[in-house]
Design a protein around this ligand. Structure first.
Ligand code: GSH
Length: 210
């Protein structure tokens, strides 16, 4: 059994999409970021970095409970454990790793800063301009990649797509129109139509938040 600690944010949603895609039972524990649940001693013992998502696999690699932090590492762990959404062929596998790292090192941090500055009550023009521009540039990189390939790693839907989708879903916060990036839009619409994605993005959180 997996215990997932999460909240309805882009990084949190990666984990719930993956677990919904895998289709087995897991326990979702909500960590209310607005209320500061991430700073409690109980959660800090799970993730010393005090951020969601984090996960405990009660049946870890040595059959003992095993804790994993960092959403990219969590996706990798689950994909390897269940041999799903991770290509076997070496080139496709390294393509997947590159685009997963691209999400973790670029999309997440830069889009996150764009959300912060664009939604902040106090308007800081330098921050808004810097991160809006970089976010738009990164959308261009994704669009170019998806002009040639159906999914980020190639022909198959992988954890690189699962990691990236929830960040692109916040396009409205980034001053982006999906129609400006037609190849991302084609990819986006295909992923959004997956039932597990719909559940992992919203339903599983909404059910518990009611
Ligand atoms: N690199 C980390 C980033 C995690 C992260 O920034 N999580 C945010 C939510 S999307 C969070 O917990 N924020 C709470 C805070 O900063 O206090 C990952 O991918 O897991």
């Amino acid at each position: 059994m997996i215990d997932l600690y999460s909240w309805k944010t882009s990084n949190g949603r990666k984990a719930t999409i993956m677990l919904e895609e895998l289709g087995f039972d897991y326990r979702l524990h909500l960590i209310n970021l607005g209320k500061g649940d991430q700073f409690t001693p109980a959660f800090t013992a799970i993730n010393p970095n005090q951020k969601i998502p984090a996960m405990v696999d009660q049946d870890g690699p040595t059959s003992e409970p095993y804790t994993i932090i960092e959403s990219g590492a969590m996706l990798f762990y689950l994909a390897e454990k269940y041999d799903l959404f991770i290509p076997k062929e070496p080139i496709a596998r390294y393509e997947m790793i590159q685009w997963l790292m691209f999400q973790m090192g670029n999309i997440g941090p830069m889009f996150g800063q764009a959300h912060h500055f664009r939604r902040k009550e106090e308007k800081v023009p330098y921050g808004i301009e810097r991160y809006t521009k970089e976010t738009r540039r990164l959308w261009g990189v994704l669009d170019q990649r998806l002009q040639t390939f159906e999914y980020l790693a190639g022909s198959d839907y992988t954890i690189a797509d699962i990691a990236t989708f929830p960040w692109t879903a916040r396009y409205g916060w980034q001053g982006i129109e999906l129609s400006e990036f037609p190849n991302v839009k084609r990819w986006y619409d295909a992923i959004a139509a997956r039932p597990a994605v719909e559940r992992g993005m919203d339903t599983v959180y909404d059910e518990l938040m009611r």
